[in-house]
Design a protein around this ligand. Sequence first.
Ligand SMILES: Cc1ncc(COP(=O)(O)O)c(C=O)c1O
Length: 393
Amino acid sequence: MDDAKALDARHVLQTYRRHPITLVRGEGVRLWDSDGREYFDLLSGIGVASLGHAHAALTAALTEQAGTLIHTSNLFYHPLQGQLAERLSTLSGLQRAFFCNSGTEAVEACLKLARRYWYQSGEERTEFVALNQSFHGRTFGALSVTSEPKYREPFAPLLTAQFVPPGDGEALASVVSRRTAAIIVEPIQGEGGVRPLTPEFAAALNETCQQTGALLIADEVQSGLGRTGVPFYSSTIGLKPRLMALGKALGGGVPIGAALIDEEVAQRIAYGDHGTTYGGNPLACRAALCVMDELAGGLMSHIERMGRLFESRLGAMAAKHSAVTEVRGAGLMWGLELKTDAAPVVARGFERGVILNRTAGSVVRLLPPFVISEADATDALARLDLALEGAEG
Ligand SMILES: Cc1ncc(COP(=O)(O)O)c(C=O)c1O
C-alpha cells in the first residue's frame, strides 16, 4: 500500500469508497496516477474541473491572486465579488448573488432565503417540495430535499419535505399547498441518473408556483454554467426559477458556490440573516471570473459542438451494445442507462485508461471537462466503447 492509501486508512474518516489509484498530476483532460499511468478524465472531479487540469489562464490568475490577496472575510469589500455577481446576474437574469463554498451551501442558502421570504410576510409557509431521485447535497437542509432513503435515514428527523415523481404534474399540484415555502428541482437530475426534466413538466412547475405563490428553486449545481452548452438548462426547458443554486464548474476546481436570487426575494433579507467566513473570497472569485471569461470567449459554443459529438457517438454505442437501454443528457452531461450494474463498465474503463462514474446503480455518467478536444473525445469514447463490451452479460 502506498503512503497516501495507508495514511487515509489510518487517519481519514472512512466515508468515501475510493478507487484504488492515487492521482498526482493533471493536464487538460488527462490525469496521471502515482504509478505514472495516464487516464482520460471524463468526470472532471464530478463536474468541477470545467477548464480541465492545470489550465494556463486559470493557473496564472490564481498564482497572481495568491500573491496579491487570498482572503479578506465578508467584513470588507474586495474588487472581485461584485464583478462576479454582476456577471452571474447578466447570465441568469437573477439580480443578486450570495457566495458560499460548495453546492450544498448554495442549496442551503436558497432554502433559508425561501423561509426568510415567508417569515417576512407573516404566512406560515415552512415546507418544501422536491422530486423523487433528487440529490441536493449533504447538509441538513439540502439532505431534507434529497429523496434517496440511503442518504436520509441515518440522519432523521429532517426538515419537512414531500417528494413527487418527475414529470407528474398532477402529483405536484396535489402536494403543493399554501404551506409550501418552495419547490426545488434539478433541471437535469445528476446523481439520480442524468434525467432531464421535460418542458411539459417545467411548465407545470411554473404554473403550480404561479398559482400557489410557492418559490421555485433550480438546483443548477451540476447542470449549470455551460455544462449543457447553454448557461443554464432551466432556459432550455422553459423553467422560471426565482432562486438558483450553483457550484461545481463555477470555480474550475477552486471551491465556490453561489445562490442567485431575484430582487423581490432578495429584498426580504436583512443584514446578518445569513453569512459565511470564506464565501466569495478573492481567490475563489478570481477563479470563477476566469471560468466566466473562458465561457464568454468561445468555450460555450465549443461545448455545444462537443455535445453534438458526444450525443452521436453515445447514440451509436447504444445501438451497438444491447446492454445500453437509454442515452440521456445534453452538452457535456451524459448518462448511459444499462440493463445491469454500471460498476464493471466503470472498472473496465479504468483498465483502459478512462475515468467514468457510476450513478444510480445502473448509469454510467460522463461529465468531461468543457475544454475536451474532438481528438481526445474520440479516443476517450473509443475506450468507453471497449469497456462496454462484455456488459451484455
Ligand atoms: C444537483 C446537485 N446539487 C447539490 C450538490 C452538492 O454539491 P457539493 O457536493 O458541492 O456540496 C450536488 C453534488 O453532486 C449536485 O449534483
